[in-house]
Design a protein around this ligand. Structure first.
Ligand SMILES: Cc1cc2nc3c(=O)[nH]c(=O)nc-3n(C[C@H](O)[C@H](O)[C@H](O)COP(=O)(O)O)c2cc1C
Length: 210
């Protein structure tokens, strides 16, 4: 089973990448438990040359894009994937411009034919603060899965529910003076537990569908 993780952060290898890696780790664990070999890959959009969609509408008539850049390789990876995990930092309550452009560039995959329909998806976000747009970021990622006809999973932990979506934040509370205190998003144990769970559940669903 192929699990493709796509990171829309401008900072490769930082908080959003770590959260996405936790989901890929969860997917690999679940694959081992099910006896299904999982091959995971984390793609950093910031390391690729992906131009803006130019709105030429060629994709209204054919399943291809007029631009020639690193998106071509990514189209092949998306075609091959059983599970696609999208991760983005929360920027003003939504995805990064880099992730949004990736989404725009996938328009050729659902205008003439539904290339990604039936594949499994899962959304993850990092944010600076709690209650400051992380859920809006997840909602936009979920809307991409819906537009592509994909089946988005949402993590449900065993026992007490921790949250409905994967948002890890760098918020460490307020000082006595009311100033926000910061930490690495990697210290958000709930966010990382949910990311692992998302990876596990995405693998379970993809295995059931196979
Ligand atoms: C331009 C910009 C806008 C941001 N907007 C928000 C926001 O609306 N809400 C929030 O909680 N954090 C916001 N953040 C903080 C990032 O979501 C946070 O630092 C994220 O974890 C960065 O991920 P990275 O480590 O992969 O770069 C913003 C950061 C930047 C640079």
């Amino acid at each position: 089973m192929k699990v493709l993780g796509i990171n829309g952060s401008h900072r490769a290898g930082k908080g959003t990448a770590a959260l996405l890696q936790a989901a890929l780790d969860g997917a690999a664990e679940q694959g081992t438990a099910l006896g299904v070999p999982v091959s995971g890959e984390l793609v950093e959009l910031s390391r690729l040359d992906i131009g803006f969609c130019i709105g030429c509408n060629r994709c209204l008539a054919q399943t291809s894009c007029a631009l020639a850049d690193d998106m071509n390789d990514l189209y092949e990876k998306l075609r091959d994937a059983d599970v696609v995990l999208l991760a983005s930092p929360d920027y003003f309550g939504t995805v990064s411009a880099r992730m949004k452009n990736f989404m725009d560039r996938t328009r050729p995959f659902h205008m003439v034919e539904n290339v990604l329909t039936g594949k499994v998806g899962g959304a993850l976000s990092t944010a600076g603060l709690n209650n400051c747009g992380g859920e809006g970021t997840l909602a936009l990622l979920d809307s991409w899965f819906a537009t592509q006809g994909m089946l988005a999973v949402h993590p449900r932990t065993q026992g007490a529910p921790l949250a409905g979506g994967v948002v890890a934040t760098g918020f460490a509370g307020l000082s006595e003076e009311g100033q926000p205190q910061w930490r690495s998003v990697k210290a958000d144990k709930i966010g990382f537990a949910l990311a692992r769970q998302l990876g596990r559940e995405a693998t379970c669903l993809a295995a059931r569908l196979a």
